[in-house]
Design a protein around this ligand. Structure first.
Ligand SMILES: Cc1cc2nc3c(=O)[nH]c(=O)nc-3n(C[C@H](O)[C@H](O)[C@H](O)COP(=O)(O)O)c2cc1C
Length: 359
């Protein structure tokens, strides 16, 4: 059995839809399918010009000699086609729409009855070829996919369309810093791929586990909007090298101190200046009744007890929550979504924290 996965994001492999797609493809492989892939972001495909030459003068052959020449036989041979696309204006991306249009040489011009409506017969395609849809979206409500699902059900009507995985609120999934927090979801997606490969359907149990992990409550949607808006605010390019730092005349904390002071001194020690080159910033941590801050001055990072007057970034958290996040026991992104801690100031630094404090 052959599967073909078509990736539609212009972001290539640094994309949420790729991460979902590749885990799904791994599951298909585990189920014994041979999986081929088409990365549309790496291909040159001219748009269809509607000349119908592929239906008249040269049946099955398009006038454009581009990457579609290699793609069409792959589409014809696959027993299962998986489309993995981000949602762009309630639809597939332009790259994928172009690709879908250019499949027209695989059809014959005649009009026949097809799944309760008129359609075209297909040329040399496995009789029971199935199609599965994977899509990711920026907005947090799953209803944004309604038109896309209708589109695929219509395109592949007559029993070819076998289902979908839809992940709303997926923008962080495209970012390297957030990959760890999606590990459990990725495992479930792999399992879904395995089940589709074996039985053509995702089990209720796996479906429910995926839905539980990717559905936002009304309250979470409010936090999601807040977090997204802070993120976009922080995207405004700041010149970190221009930030003026106060001179501090108290001694920095040392790793030989004990308890929280030693913990923050340790954080300062493992500071990685390559994460944000040239950074000058103050990170304030208000943990229950204790406060600490880190002053980052390019390659140097020092930790102090107390409060800084104008920190670049402040984390307000119960002490135990923050300790669980730093030890890796709790996902920082998930804890943030569940309002287990708050952040004020430059969110971009929050996203960079994994890289900033690792050896
Ligand atoms: C041109 C454009 C149109 C978009 N339209 C929508 C949309 O209609 N609904 C939505 O929820 N997100 C929309 N988004 C957001 C993407 O779906 C979101 O960023 C997604 O996570 C990108 O996935 P990728 O990393 O796989 O490319 C749009 C993004 C772009 C660039």
């Amino acid at each position: 059995m052959k599967a073909l996965i078509v990736y539609g994001s212009p972001r290539h492999k640094k994309s949420a839809s790729y991460h979902i797609g590749e885990n799904f493809a791994n599951g298909l492989r585990r189920a014994g399918l041979q999986v081929d892939e088409i990365m549309l972001s790496k291909q040159k495909i001219h748009h269809c010009i509607g000349c119908f030459t592929c239906w008249t003068k040269t049946p099955g052959v398009c006038i454009h000699k581009d990457d579609m020449v290699g793609n069409l036989p792959k589409l014809q041979k696959a027993n299962l086609i998986v489309f993995a696309t981000p949602l762009y204006v309630y639809n597939v991306t332009g790259l994928l729409k172009n690709f879908l249009d250019r499949q027209i040489p695989l059809l014959e011009p005649y009009l026949v009855e097809k799944g309760e409506a008129t359609g075209h017969p297909r040329r040399d395609t496995p009789e029971n070829q199935k199609v599965f849809l994977i899509s990711v979206a920026g907005f947090p409500e799953v209803s944004h996919f309604d038109a896309l699902v209708t589109l695929f059900k219509q395109m592949y009507r007559g029993g070819r369309y076998i289902g979908e995985i839809l992940i709303p609120g997926s923008e962080p999934m495209s970012m390297d810093d957030f990959q760890e927090s999606y590990n459990e979801l990725y495992k479930l997606i792999e399992q879904a791929g395995f089940e589709v490969g074996k039985k053509g359907i995702i089990s209720e149990e796996t479906r429910k586990a995926i839905t539980d992990k990717t559905t936002y409550t009304e309250e979470e949607i409010k936090v999601f909007r807040e977090m997204a808006n802070k993120y976009w605010d922080s995207m405004e390019l700041k010149d970190y090298s221009k930030i003026k730092l106060e001179t501090i005349d108290i001694e920095p904390l040392k790793v030989t101190d004990s308890g929280m002071p030693a913990f923050f001194a340790g954080m300062a020690e493992i500071y990685n200046p390559k994460a944000v080159p040239g950074l000058k910033a103050v990170m304030q941590f208000n943990l229950d009744d204790e406060s600490y801050y880190l002053i980052i001055n390019e390659a140097e990072c020092k930790a102090y007890k107390g409060s800084y007057s104008e920190p670049t970034f402040t984390i307000i958290s119960p002490k135990d929550v923050w300790m669980k996040i730093t030890s890796g026991e709790l996902s920082g992104a998930k804890a943030f979504m569940q309002r287990m801690y708050k952040v004020e100031g430059d969110m971009k630094l929050l996203m960079k924290m994994n890289q900033m404090f690792s050896r």
